[in-house]
Design a protein around this ligand. Sequence first.
Ligand code: TYD
Length: 234
Amino acid sequence: MGVMVAVEGLDGAGKATVVVALRRAVEARGATAATIAFPRYDDDVHAALAGEALHGAHGDTAASVHAMSLLFALDRRAAAGTLEGLRAEHDVLLVDRYVASNAAYGSARLHQGIGEFARWVHDTEVVRFRVPAPDAQVLVRVPPATAADRVRSRAAEHPDRDPDGFEADAELQARCAEVYDQLVTERWLSPWWVFENRHTGDAALTRTADAVVDAVLRAASAPESSVRSDTIET
Ligand SMILES: Cc1cn([C@H]2C[C@H](O)[C@@H](COP(=O)(O)OP(=O)(O)O)O2)c(=O)[nH]c1=O
């Protein structure tokens, strides 16, 4: 069974770039990697509904924190078989956004830290829906202002990629960054590694990805050792 690693962070943090770098680092070790991204807008009706709601459709759906989170959670519930299949066939499964996205964004929307809402996410997704827990999580950390700049330039480059309701809310993103840091501190669902994304070029990205993959694989092969969450930057 492969190691499942969820990659988390703000909109515009650079998760997709980091996933590619992590994948290369896994393959450079002669291991195989698979990747999957949530929400699966094109493959799952719940994800499609959530995406449409984020752009103003479906009445007051987007206004409900729990309704949005349930749609994202049902997307993952429907993917459980796919996830198990990918884990069975590969050494590492890299997941771009996962359960912690719900905990971070929902808690931030409700102006909570890690507390009641994060517990509801855990009980709903992991306990009730049996969404598989990740073995490790990686937070791609950037200053919220940097992430917001990237969202804006992405929208300017791709006119079909208008910032959605969450992306356009700078205060939400800033609160979300704080919740993510708490998730790391509490080792929510698994050990976490913080990938400081300083956007200082490909060489630094590759070195950081190598260090993260080393740490994750070492921890996964010795789960009984006292693994701690850690910040990795090069
Ligand atoms: C997967 C997921 C995303 N989200 C939020 C984070 C993002 O702001 C938003 C959209 O996800 P995102 O991955 O940013 O999609 P894209 O950039 O392709 O539109 O949904 C949750 O609140 N919970 C979740 O479980």
